[in-house]
Design a protein. Structure first.
Length: 198
């Protein structure tokens, strides 16, 4: 019984990835182009997310700086802090929901890009970060679940929205990891040429 349950997780994950490939191919390609435009014009990427999405934001920034699957020059990227000290400092000024937005206003400049990960699309601090990015004339790339939630309604025409078509958070996060891998691979291939991966 337990083994069947475990196997079902693999089947469900594979099924969703297969279905999402069609829906996400173009938005991922658009996101690659947005990242390329940012990087080649001397901009940087700021990445943020809540809960387990924090790890995805940190991983993406690490892939940009340290390399994805090949040795290459560093790309400018920073994962915005979600640590307790910053949260306490921001809360001391009245609104924990501004944790990412304050960092975007402090670090972001015109031509930079905000990569926001949010499973529900409704996290107030991620939405505030998007507003702050727009104030700084930054492009925004959102990786979400379902229909994108409230985030979908605050994006501009020049932004990119990628929605994983599923309600279960664990499945959505699994596809988020794959989307980030596709994004990193696409950027590397466009900047440095195609490479066979062993």
């Amino acid at each position: 019984m337990l083994e069947q349950r475990i196997q079902q997780h693999f089947i469900d994950s594979a099924d969703l990835k297969y279905q999402a490939a069609q829906a996400l191919g173009k938005p991922i390609a658009d996101a690659v182009q947005a990242v390329l435009a940012c990087i080649t014009s001397g901009g940087k990427i700021l990445a943020c997310g809540n809960g387990p999405s924090v790890a995805h934001a940190q991983q993406f920034a690490a892939f940009c700086v340290g390399g994805f699957e090949r040795e290459r020059p560093e790309l400018a990227a920073v994962a915005l802090s979600s640590d307790t000290a910053l949260a306490m400092a921001v809360a001391g000024h009245g609104d924990i929901g501004q944790q990412f937005a304050r960092q975007v206003r402090a670090l972001g400049q015109a031509g930079d890009l905000l990569l926001a990960l949010c499973v529900s699309g409704n996290d107030a601090n991620v939405i505030a970060a998007v507003h702050a990015a727009h104030e700084r004339d930054m492009t925004v790339v959102v990786i979400s679940g379902r229909s994108g939630g409230a985030l979908a309604s605050v994006l501009r025409e020049t932004d990119v929205l990628m929605c994983v078509p599923h309600d279960r958070a664990a499945r959505v996060r699994e596809v988020h990891a794959l989307v980030l891998h596709c994004l990193c691979d696409g950027v590397d291939a466009q900047l440095f040429g195609e490479q066979e991966i062993p």
